[in-house]
Write a protein that binds this ligand. Structure first.
Ligand code: FES
Length: 348
């Protein structure tokens, strides 16, 4: 059985099955709602129920407190309709970002290569083309195993939207993680097929912009930034300068360094590349020392720039890095509204 969801203030109507989340129904119909974790823990999607009944499903009691439920709040990512429902969501209408409806695809693994310590490059080929914005992510269905049900894991696309069937991802092993340790690092092989869906997220390169964009990535937080940079430079989709700060503990955790160096050589007036090492010193790197910044990525940014007034920022990585980089950029006079960010939660 399905019900009609009316999304205010857009006035759009979508059909939603009783066993489907309201967020899923909206994204599949091309109606964008804010979201991040998509499973009831981050509260990004929180909205108001104006009319109708919902089952709150797996909404965590931290993301949606009891009194909020009583006041008529819901998390569209977990809520399922029990009648026709009218919701009001906090939608920032940003026309510069195209909305691509979420769809299901079958992906075949075509490459799985170790590229740094505990890190692999996963390349898949989809059964058909997908539309997405540089910076968005896909959901992978980790199959049921050892009596455990199938679960979803999300990874950002590292390749540009012009490569619409062959998609690249960077996956870091999380010890004990069901999707990484237990699956990508635990037996997934070239030739395997995987159910995926997407695209999700709104950590997206604003291509209509021509300001200096400062991109900061920690660990595999590099992935969406690589998609953005390739789209900006190789596809000529961005007018302004772009600077990439890539943070890692030591050289063995860094990857794609040669690729970004060659990109900087190809676009010397438009792209600056700054790989940064927090646990190695210039002395450790010997002859190579001139190629790196030393210290936390935020220290290197702070030393490189007197002011970043008039720039935009794109931050992706573990929450503490994103938080620190946000503070650093704001300290350099960037407005919070010009800083886009995506945090990786350590559950993989
Ligand atoms: Fe995170 Fe809904 S998207 S709680």
């Amino acid at each position: 059985q399905s019900h009609t969801i009316t999304v205010e203030p857009l006035g759009r109507e979508v059909e939603c099955r009783e066993d489907q989340s309201i967020l899923d129904a909206c994204l599949r119909s091309g109606v964008w709602l804010p979201h991040s974790c998509t499973h009831g823990t981050c509260a990004t999607c929180k909205a108001d129920v104006l009319e109708g009944e919902v089952d709150h499903g797996a909404a965590s009691s931290f993301a949606l407190m009891d009194y909020e439920r009583d006041e008529g709040k819901l998390l569209p990512c977990t809520a399922r309709p029990r009648s026709d429902v009218v919701i009001e969501a906090d939608i920032d209408v940003d026309d510069s970002v195209e909305v691509f409806p979420v769809q299901d695809y079958t992906a075949t693994v075509v490459e799985l290569t170790e590229i740094a310590r505990e890190t692999v490059r996963l390349v898949v080929e989809l059964d058909r083309e997908i539309g997405f914005n540089a910076g968005q992510y896909l959901k992978f269905q980790v199959p049921a195993a050892d009596g455990l049900p199938a679960v979803d894991r999300t990874w950002s696309i590292a390749s540009p939207p012009t490569e619409a069937r062959r998609l690249e991802f960077h996956v870091r092993r999380v010890p004990g993680g069901r999707g990484t340790d237990g699956w990508v690092f635990g037996g997934l092989a070239v030739g395997d097929t995987v159910a995926v869906s997407g695209p999700y997220g709104r950590f997206v390169l604003r291509t209509g912009d021509d300001r200096h964009a400062v991109l900061v990535g920690g660990g595999t937080g590099l992935a969406p930034l690589k998609s953005m940079l390739r789209h900006a430079l190789e596809n000529g989709e961005y007018e302004g300068h772009l600077t990439l700060y890539q943070g890692a503990r030591t050289r063995e955790w860094l990857y794609d360094v040669d690729y970004f160096r060659s990109l900087a050589a190809r676009f010397p007036s438009q792209f600056t590349y700054r790989p940064c090492l927090s646990e190695e010193s210039a002395a450790d790197c010997g002859d190579e020392a001139g190629r790196y910044g030393f210290g936390m990525v935020t220290d290197v940014i702070a030393a490189d720039h007197e002011s970043l007034s008039g720039c935009s920022g794109y931050l992706c990585g573990p929450p503490p890095m994103v938080e620190a980089a946000l503070k650093t950029l704001m300290g350099k006079r960037l407005f919070p509204r010009d800083i886009h960010r995506e945090e990786f939660f350590n559950e993989s």
